[in-house]
Ligand binder design. Structure first.
Ligand code: SIN
Length: 309
């Protein structure tokens, strides 16, 4: 039997598939459903200090090949997640708390209280593209470093960063230097490809309301960008920092490609929203089939081994 379990920063995941922060993980009911599903972990919605309704609707639109969203961080507020986390740990799978913020001061406020609730890991989200007037922190190395410094000493569970897509090796290098200075335990990439625009030619209109229709792209269309970022950071750190690959995973082969590029685990967003929780069991079967066909008994056998020509 092919082993789809994985270990990230010393934490064992029964399967390498989990939800991306944002996909079906805002409310208590959604988080419990993830616990009861075939997911290998429960990832919370990225939380802010105050509860948020998020951006005006429509704010998500699926189309063949992908999706665009501008949710605007709808969430229950960190206090509510701090109360939920101990209960979510009863499902025998890791709980990852995703921490966001509307300003730099928010991050340490949330990190201290969430760390006290002892999720198994904390992801610091530097990459939400959907808050009007708030640029993605991850595109500013100095701001990223300030935020990382302020939370690093407060977080005692494994701490990771959720990164935006970068499009130039110079950016992988400069962010690699920032990340390398602060003892980051894992990385998660990529967040949605920010500020895309989808137009419906029949209605001659954009398809989501916030920000004049601009939003984060997800789904299969972003897979090459996700794979490139996984590969680039795997090489920057020579595999020393485990990576969760996110972006464009629709089937088991997509997940296999992420693993080949260096992802120790895989998150799903668009496909989870479109298909529901059954996606986890389908993906596990498909990935197990691919690995077995190729003679691999575990993810470790092919982690980061993609060949260059
Ligand atoms: C959102 O809530 O707008 C998406 C969250 C994110 O991209 O980090």
């Amino acid at each position: 039997m092919t082993d789809l379990s994985t270990t990230i920063a010393g934490v064992r995941f029964p399967s390498c598939f989990m939800n991306a922060a944002g996909a079906l993980c805002v409310t208590r009911d959604e988080l419990v459903a993830l616990g009861e599903s075939g997911a290998g972990a429960i990832v919370t919605k990225s939380m802010t200090v105050e509860p948020r309704q998020g951006n005006p609707e429509p704010r998500y639109y699926g189309f063949p090949g992908g999706s665009i969203n501008s949710m605007g961080l709808p969430n229950l507020g960190y206090q509510a997640y701090a109360e939920l986390i101990p209960d979510l740990k009863r499902y025998g799978k890791p709980v990852i708390a995703s921490v966001a913020g509307l300003c730099e001061d928010d991050f340490p406020t949330i990190a201290a209280i969430i760390n006290a609730a002892q999720p198994d890991l904390i992801e610091v989200n530097l990459s939400c593209p959907n808050i009007p007037g708030k640029p993605q922190i991850g595109y500013d190395p100095d701001a990223s470093e300030r935020v990382i410094k302020r939370v690093r000493s407060l977080i005692t569970v494994p701490m990771g960063l959720k990164l935006p897509p970068y499009f130039d090796p110079a950016h992988h290098e400069v962010m690699g230097k920032v990340i390398g200075r602060h003892g980051i335990d894992f990385l998660n990439m990529i967040n949605s490809v920010g500020n895309g625009l989808v137009v419906d030619p029949e209605r001659e209109a954009v398809v989501i309301k916030p920000k004049g229709g601009f939003g984060g792209l997800g789904g299969r269309i972003i897979k090459p960008v996700a794979l490139a970022n996984v590969r680039a950071f795997y090489k920057v750190f020579q595999g020393r920092i485990p990576i969760i690959g996110t972006g464009g995973v629709v089937d088991g082969v997509d997940a296999f490609e992420h693993v080949l590029c260096g992802a120790s685990a895989v998150q799903i967003g668009t496909v989870l929203v479109e298909e529901g929780l059954g996606a986890f069991d389908r993906l596990k079967n498909e990935l197990a089939t691919v690995l077995a066909r190729k003679g691999y008994r575990s993810l470790a056998d092919c982690l980061g081994t993609v060949k260059e020509l």
